[in-house]
Design a protein around this ligand. Structure first.
Ligand code: PEP
Ligand code: MN
Length: 257
């Protein structure tokens, strides 16, 4: 085995004045997709009041159907940055293609690599050459070895500011969207030393499970959560069933303030 860079030594990632992987769990929240300028301004203003550390919002959306809404692209990214700057919050959004890294880099605080792109080694290698933190989601059929080695692809280039995200894996379950593998998340944390957060939204696909799975993730020592919110979840353009209201988010968040 070649010499690994991620050896299990505990790493804390700094994003502005936040420390990810330190004592306090990090809360990332926001819509699955940014739908309009007015929409993301509303999300940013409301989540800021309730308590959020980092805003999430998709502008390049990897949808199952190519005919479904694909995100607002760079126009959405402009709206996102403006809305977040207004309330002084950092942002995370998914980078789908390595061709977008250079253009996105001045906007984002953290690059998100989605589940579908965990095996996109050329994207990972290119992110490894940047100086921005990367949130690496677990591929939905990835083993722990494949996931931690994907992180190694980023680290290899010199960028060790990596946050892992367990977002559920495919099993035989037909009631939840995915099966949230908290034990696997802990194993990945111990093996790499990186902070590991949990996505209970994609991990379950069901609103009523977001609170309990957040509590479970924090209880077992993981480093935070990323949660999908919307002012009117049933009308969300994507992932409505797993999206929660601001007030439900506030109840979950409030326990850890
Ligand atoms: C997302 O967080 O918006 C997303 C698409 O998640 P995943 O890559 O885990 O499916
Ligand atoms: Mn989503």
């Amino acid at each position: 085995m070649d010499k690994l860079k991620l050896t299990g030594k505990k790493k804390i990632i700094k994003v502005r004045d936040l420390e990810i992987g330190a004592e306090k769990p990090i809360f990332i929240a926001g819509p699955c997709s940014i739908e309009s300028e007015e929409h993301i301004i509303d999300e940013a203003n409301n989540l800021k009041k309730i308590g959020v550390d980092i805003l999430r919002g998709g502008v390049f959306k990897p949808r199952t159907s190519p005919y479904d809404f694909q995100g607002l692209g760079y126009e959405g990214l402009e709206y996102f940055k403006k809305a977040a700057d207004n309330v002084n919050l950092p942002i995370i959004t998914e980078v789908l293609s390595e061709d977008d890294i250079e253009k996105m880099i001045d906007y984002v605080d953290i690059f998100q690599v989605g589940s579908r792109n965990m095996y996109n080694y050329s994207l990972l290698k290119k992110l490894g050459k940047t100086n921005k933190p990367v949130l690496l989601k677990r591929g939905f059929s990835a083993t722990i070895k494949e996931w931690t080695m994907a992180a190694e692809y980023i680290a290899m280039g010199g960028n060790e500011d990596i946050i892992l995200c367990e977002r559920g894996i495919r099993a035989f379950n037909d009631y939840t969207r995915n099966t949230l593998d908290l034990a696997g998340a802990l194993v990945a944390k111990n093996l790499t030393g990186l902070p590991v957060i949990v996505d209970p939204s994609h991990g379950t696909g069901r609103r009523e499970l977001i609170g309990p799975m957040t509590d479970a993730a924090i209880a077992c020592g993981l480093d935070g959560v990323i949660i999908e919110t919307h002012r009117n979840p049933d009308t969300a353009i994507s992932d409505a069933k797993q999206t929660i209201t601001y007030s439900d988010y506030e109840k979950i968040r409030g326990k850890y303030l």
